[in-house]
Structure formats: C-alpha cells, structure tokens
Design a protein around this ligand. Structure first.
Ligand SMILES: NC(=O)C1=CN([C@@H]2O[C@H](COP(=O)(O)OP(=O)(O)OC[C@H]3O[C@@H](n4cnc5c(N)ncnc54)[C@H](O)[C@@H]3O)[C@@H](O)[C@H]2O)C=CC1
Ligand SMILES: O=C(O)[C@@H]1CCC=N1
Length: 278
C-alpha cells in the first residue's frame, strides 16, 4: 500500500489526512512532521499517526520523505522551495512530491528537486476534512499517468478532483481554495442578523449552518438540472420576503463584490508567485 509523508501537518494537510484516514488509509502508512514538538504532539493525538517534530529532530522531514511513495508538502508558500531542497537527496526517484501550496509553481519545485523527480501541484480546500472537498491538480513534467491516477485516487476519497492545466490553478484558488471562507463569512453575517433580530446566538448559528448545508446539498444534487440561479428563483416568491432580500443585495452590488473577491484571491496567488520569483 502507498506510504504517505505529510511534511508540515497543519490545517490543510490535516484536512487531507482526515479524508485519507476516513477513506480507509491505515494510520501506520502515514508519517507527519511539524515544526514544534507541541504541534506534533497535538496532531499525533488528533489523527493517531506517527509524527516527528523538526524542533526535536533536524532530520524529521528527510527521514519522513525517505520512507514515502507520495510526499505532501503542507508548509506555507514561502517555505516550499526550501523544503524541496531539504528533502531532495532523501527522496526515492519515483516518489511523487505533491504540493498543496498556493502560488508555488511546478517549475519552482522541479528546479529545487533532483532532475526527473515527479511533482504535482494541487489546490485543495478544507472541506476535504469532511470528505466534501474540491481539489485542482496539475501534473509536472516528469509525472506518469499512473502516478497522477494514484494521487487523484488518494485525494478523490475526500472530494472531487479536477485535473487542470497549471495556468487554471489560480482561478480554482479564487473559487474553491478560498471559497469555504466565503461560505463561512455568509454564515457569520446571517447568524449576526438573526441575533440582531432577537434570536439566541446558538440558535442563530445553527440556522445559518444548517441553511448553508442544506442549500449546498441541493446545489450538488441538482447539478445538471437546476443551476444556482434557478434554485434561487425557486425560493423567491413574487413580491415576497426573499425578493426584498435579493433586491437589497443587488442594490449593494453584492454580485459584483463576490466576483471581485474571488478574482482578488486569484490575483493574490499570482502576486505571491511573482514575489517568490524575486
Ligand atoms: N488553509 C487552507 O484553507 C488552505 C491552505 N492551502 C495551503 O496549505 C499550506 C499550509 O497552510 P495551512 O495548513 O493553512 O498552514 P498551517 O500553519 O496550519 O500549517 C503549516 C504547518 O507546517 C508546519 N511547518 C512549518 N515549517 C515546517 C518545517 N520546516 N518542517 C515541518 N513542518 C513545518 C507547521 O508546524 C504547521 O503545522 C499553504 O501553503 C497554503 O497555501 C491550500 C489550500 C487551502
Ligand atoms: O489563504 C490562503 O492563502 C490559503 C490558500 C487558499 C486558501 N487558503
């Protein structure tokens, strides 16, 4: 069975790991690393996988990477290239290096690794932790179809996988990578409105959460039949309550604001790429 190393087991790698474990990958086939001993201890208790802290063992990343068939890089974008350099000589030639980082390009990683090392750039989102994620995947120059398939299958257990060209990854970041935050933002403010109108905060939060969950489920189950606009129209009675809410959103240009926000996320990814190139 595929041996997996998760270097930098924080929020995003943790979300992927939760999905992997939920899909039946045995915990003993995974090894994780974190910077601090405290964080390693916490993640080990959370997921039941062996963890090594860089703070305790300077060779934590190389030791973990050397054992793996697939290595997930889950550190911050500005740390990815250094981490590639660090593990370069420890990797088996056929080990696939999978980055989850925004903005770090395949060529940046390939240049920091041994010639011919397979690299896959992904952009996942945190709902992978509950098996409902989205992940975009772009394969580097030295990745076989079988290797892409192996990684797509690992990730596919926790969400829908879209194989894209690398120049489409930033767009996916703007819609889906950052997207859960847009939904949480909506939930925050729907609940706040409920509290302002006199509801108990816990009840208001539950109403917002369940409404977004139910609406999301309807969107998914109606794919190919009724799109988001049609489902919205189905809720909107002429001259009724929903119409008033949507008119209020339109008057504030919320449609344009949401598009601008998603594009700003995508542009920020491109800007970070530019900064990382120096
Ligand atoms: N949080 C999110 O929703 C998403 C994050 N990402 C990407 O995931 C990456 C990580 O982001 P988060 O998980 O949010 O950050 P995080 O801070 O939760 O996780 C980073 C982890 O890396 C560890 N770390 C730092 N330096 C290390 C080193 N030298 N060796 C081993 N471990 C080290 C830290 O201890 C921490 O556990 C970023 O590159 C980000 O672009 C991608 C999609 C979504
Ligand atoms: O905010 C970020 O930079 C990361 C990448 C996509 C979602 N979170």
């Amino acid at each position: 069975m595929t041996k997996i190393a998760m270097l930098g087991l924080g929020s995003m790698n943790g979300a992927i790991l939760a999905g992997l474990l939920g899909s039946g990958v045995p915990a003993e086939n995974v090894i994780g690393t974190a910077r601090s001993a405290e964080s390693a201890q916490k993640r080990s208790e959370q997921y039941g996988v062996p963890m090594v802290a860089e703070e305790h063992d300077g060779a934590a990343n190389t030791t973990a990477a050397a054992q793996a068939d697939v290595v997930f890089l889950g550190v911050k974008p500005h740390q990815i290239v250094d981490l590639c350099r660090e593990i370069k000589d420890a990797l088996k030639p056929e080990t696939v290096v999978v980055s989850v980082a925004a903005a770090v390009t395949i060529d940046m990683m390939e240049s920091a690794l041994a010639e011919g090392q397979p690299v896959i750039r992904t952009m996942p989102n945190t709902p992978m932790s509950v098996g409902e994620g989205v992940v975009g995947l772009a394969a580097g120059s030295h990745v076989s179809q079988e290797q892409t398939q192996t990684v797509a299958e690992l990730l596919g257990a926790s969400g829908s996988v879209h194989v894209l060209t690398e120049d489409q990854i930033d767009a996916l970041t703007g819609v889906a990578g950052s997207g859960p935050a847009y939904a949480f933002y909506l939930a925050e403010h729907m609940a706040a409105a409920g509290v302002e109108m006199g509801l108990d905060p816990q009840i208001a939060a539950d109403l917002a959460a369940q409404t977004l969950y139910g609406a999301g489920k309807m969107l998914v189950e109606n794919r190919g039949q009724n799109d988001a606009a049609q489902l919205r129209r189905n809720v909107t009675s002429p001259n009724g309550t929903t119409q008033k809410a949507i008119e209020t959103f339109d008057a504030a240009d919320m449609d344009a604001t949401i598009r601008a926000g998603a594009k700003a996320s995508s542009s920020r990814a491109a800007e970070i790429t530019h900064q990382l190139r120096g």
